[in-house]
Design a protein around this ligand. Structure first.
Ligand code: PBG
Length: 341
């Protein structure tokens, strides 16, 4: 064994670093604040909320403690709270009555379906908050897929027609941003055409440009009730999570078709994609910190295995560092309260 004397470096630290001392700026709270490169503010937050039929109904999602399915009247109250906190926008996701789900997701074409009723009620009570609606079929289909299922295949073009028609109904109800999460080819261009033809030139499109096939969506499927319904997986339309170049091609296509903003989903395991897309396209770029990411932090925190609040804030700041302009996060109201205080 070497003696301690022999392990002593032959050069001093100043000789090694050339007298550069990176710890200098970390020495005190004031200097750390002064050189902080990225910041999280309430303006970065989009709050996804779950909707359910009924009145005064508030059901906790088992795999997402602290997250609730809300009837429209309670969703309006939460929208009021969100607006007071300064949260810029909500994204709504419906848990549709099972009796209304069918093979083609036809309930999405009901102008008075749960999403559209919620949009109208929220816009009437809280016009200053932005509403983002998903035009995907999965909450409405009896098989939980994001498209029309025909002979075991998710048929692209028929699905696109339906998604575009649904987008127009959502815009008519007052939605500000249509965010289709289904990954069908051509959906962005078809939605843009349909919106423009119906006079909704001012309604924007946030493309779920890179939605990966992922295990992290598990708790969401419980929340909207597709968990027990979904047969097989979504690999024929979501991106393989092994791929990165494909995410660039998909985004390029969505932007060419008219997307105003792009999103990466899931979030934290895909920050390399966020950075790559931001550098490549310089477009408004968002990430979705999905249900499984929320559940992981909450579960570890509930067990005392990590400090949940710190992990939440660190993960959200990491999105900013990676290049996000904003984050869809179930933590939104909690973070907004903290940032206020
Ligand atoms: C499907 C959709 C998913 C999510 C939102 N819309 C994924 C899926 O069920 O396959 C996931 C959101 C989350 O996990 O928080 N169009």
């Amino acid at each position: 064994m070497n003696s301690p004397a022999r392990l002593k470096p032959s050069r001093t630290v100043d000789e090694i670093t050339g007298s550069r001392r990176l710890r200098r700026m970390r020495k005190a709270d004031w200097s750390r604040r002064l050189v902080q490169e990225n910041h999280l503010t309430v303006n970065d937050l989009i709050w996804p909320i779950f909707l359910v039929d009924g009145e005064d109904r508030r059901e906790e999602v088992a795999a997402m403690p602290g997250v609730f399915r809300l009837s429209v009247d309670l969703a309006v109250k939460e929208a009021e709270r969100a607006a007071k906190l300064g949260i810029p926008a909500l994204a709504t996701f419906p848990n549709v009555d099972l009796a209304l789900r069918d093979r083609t997701g036809s309930e999405i074409l009901n102008p008075d379906n749960l999403i559209n009723r919620a949009t109208r009620a929220i816009k009437a009570a809280v016009p200053e908050i932005g509403i983002i609606t998903d035009a995907a079929l999965d909450p409405f289909t009896s098989h939980g897929h994001d498209g029309i299922l025909d002979g075991g295949i998710i048929v692209n073009d028929e699905t696109v027609d339906q998604v575009a028609a649904a987008a127009v109904l959502q815009a008519a109800a007052g939605s500000d941003i249509i965010a289709p999460s289904d990954m069908m080819d051509g959906r962005i261009g078809a939605i843009r055409d349909a919106l423009d033809a119906a006079g909704f030139q001012d309604v924007a499109i946030m493309s779920y440009a890179t939605k990966f096939s992922s295990a992290f969506y598990g708790p969401y499927r419980e929340a909207i009730g597709t968990q027990g319904l979904l047969k097989g997986d979504k690999k024929t339309y979501y991106i393989d999570h092994a791929n990165s170049d494909e995410a660039v091609r998909e985004t390029e296509q969505d932007l060419a078709e008219g997307a105003d903003m792009i999103m990466v989903k899931p979030g934290l395991p895909y920050l390399d994609i966020v950075r790559r897309l931001k550098d490549e396209f310089q477009m408004p770029t968002f990430a979705y910190q999905v249900s499984g990411e929320y559940a992981m932090i909450e579960a570890a925190s509930a067990n005392g295995w990590l400090d949940g609040e710190k992990a939440m804030l660190e993960s959200l700041l990491a999105f900013k560092r990676a290049g996000c302009d904003g984050i869809l996060t179930y933590f939104a109201p909690r973070v907004a309260e903290m940032l206020k205080g």
